[in-house]
Design a binder for this molecule. Structure first.
Ligand code: JF8
Length: 271
């Protein structure tokens, strides 16, 4: 997969040199190219922002600079030789913004199947909207939000998305199974978060590992883990627990939810 990132703070992406993503880059599974947006500004101050039309606080990123940056990265700039861009095609463009569609495991999976992604990191009050309008007729453009809180720019959101996407690429995770059975992975555990995990020693500062995990009884271990996942989902994510499909719940699940006085399929009011 090729990944282009355009930002006024390329240094933000130093973490992509290490760990899973760093290894994937060394192996050639991932081709990450980080670009300085200011390289496409023409004035002596390398200006990338201007005052917003209609008034209001802050500054807006200028469309001309973004246009030249994206054209160059896509290989469609004036003077570029046709068919020179790697892969021959064009990237899918992702623009982080708090007003975007929610980033999710499902979207991460979809993006992990693309050959080429281009991330455009805004700052200030964001990028002039005509940039997204212009490229929407040439590329698939998605404005995406990583959550309901306000960041100072798109860089951290891109790090989050690249990590979520990168670990799904074939051969990036050591254990291929780890990517499929996580919380939020599609399948029967979709509406359950994971329960607690333990390793050695069996007693640490007086805290014991639950005996069932040391019992060697795989059936009891699986049941206990499911109980803990249900307890945690009810406690921490009642809106997910409310979405549990009664068809996927067994007798024991229903008994536990009853004990927790949680009603499935009903929005959490009294829980
Ligand atoms: C930004 C550019 C974001 N979930 C999120 N919260 N805030 C952002 C975000 C993204 C880009 C810019 N400010 C200026 C905030 C995402 N994605």
């Amino acid at each position: 997969m090729r990944l282009d990132i355009v930002s006024i703070f390329p240094e933000y992406f130093a973490p992509l040199d290490v760990s899973l993503i760093g290894k994937a880059r060394e192996r050639g599974t991932l081709d990450v190219r980080v670009h300085q947006l200011r390289d496409w500004a023409h004035d002596v101050h390398r200006t990338v922002d201007d005052t917003p039309y209609g008034g209001g606080p802050g500054m807006v990123m200028k469309p001309e600079v973004w246009g030249e940056a994206i054209d160059t990265v896509c290989g469609t700039a004036v003077g570029a030789v046709a068919g020179t861009a790697a892969g021959g095609g064009s990237p899918r463009m992702i623009v982080p913004t708090p007003s975007g569609r929610p980033f999710s495991q499902e979207l991460a999976q979809e993006l992990a199947e693309e050959p080429w992604l281009l991330f455009a990191c805004g700052r200030y009050e964001g990028i002039d909207s005509r940039v997204m309008e212009e490229y929407s007729s040439r590329l698939r453009v998605d404005e995406v939000s990583i959550g309901d809180y306000v960041l100072a720019g798109g860089e951290v959101a891109v790090l989050v998305m690249v990590e979520a996407i990168g670990r799904l690429l074939p051969g990036v995770l050591g254990n291929a199974q780890s990517a499929v059975d996580d919380s939020f992975a599609p399948g029967s555990m979709r509406n359950l978060v994971e329960g607690p995990v333990y390793t050695k020693p069996p007693v640490w500062r007086g805290h014991e590992v639950p005996a069932v995990l040391l019992s060697g009884h795989h059936g009891n271990v699986a049941r206990w883990r499911r109980d803990e996942a249900i307890r945690r989902t009810v406690r921490n994510r009642p809106e997910l627990a409310a979405e549990l499909d009664p068809e996927t719940l067994d007798k024991r699940d229903r008994k536990l939810l009853e004990e927790l006085s949680f009603r499935v399929g009903q929005k959490d009011v009294a829980n």
